[in-house]
Design a protein around this ligand. Structure first.
Ligand SMILES: [Zn+2]
Ligand SMILES: [Zn+2]
Length: 169
């Protein structure tokens, strides 16, 4: 979505709300496409004492997969972003400045970059996810490890032998 801010540029105090949906399904993160649902973008462009500011929030529910237990789960995700819109860059400004093109700002592009930057590099179903057992492969969030209980009798005999060897040392 592109917004023409020509009128706002020259009217201190003026503002305009915007709302649109963004399709980011094509974005790939770690070989997955977690942004499977539309991203809702809400925001406002405002002329504050001659400075044009843009602030937005983009949110969706991600189709995530836990890095640790490999469970699929829905994850609410909201990112916030704000910047100053200007016709030309002023070198001494530290603020995040987005340049206008023919008095237009590409809000979709802003929301898209904000969302990409806001994606977590690590995805966990919960901060204390116990993951999968490296031995029996159970999801330790739901089941107890079966490694000890389900040892094959032949392996148990072998384990005993190995234990004896160990004791001889
Ligand atoms: Zn997990
Ligand atoms: Zn186990």
């Amino acid at each position: 979505m592109r917004l023409n801010v020509n009128k706002l540029l020259h009217t201190p105090g003026a503002g305009q709300d915007f709302h649109f949906q963004l399709d980011l399904r094509e974005l790939e993160f770690g070989g997955m496409h977690p942004i499977s649902r539309p991203v809702a973008v809400d925001g406002r462009v405002e002329n504050r004492a001659g400075v044009l500011t843009c602030s937005l929030q983009a949110s969706t529910v991600l189709a995530s997969v836990c890095d640790r237990c490999l469970d699929a789960f829905d994850e609410e995700k909201t990112v916030s972003y704000s910047c100053v819109l200007a016709e030309e860059r002023q070198s001494e400004d530290n603020e995040d400045i987005v340049l206008l093109e023919h008095d237009e700002v590409d809000l979709s592009e802003l929301a898209r970059s904000a969302f990409i930057l806001g994606m977590d590099t690590k995805t966990l179903c919960s901060p204390d996810c116990k993951g999968l057992c490296g031995g029996c492969g159970v999801n330790l969030n739901r089941e107890a490890c079966r490694c000890k209980k389900q040892i094959d009798p032949r392996l148990a005999a072998l384990a005993k032998l190995l234990d004896k060897d160990g004791a001889a040392d």
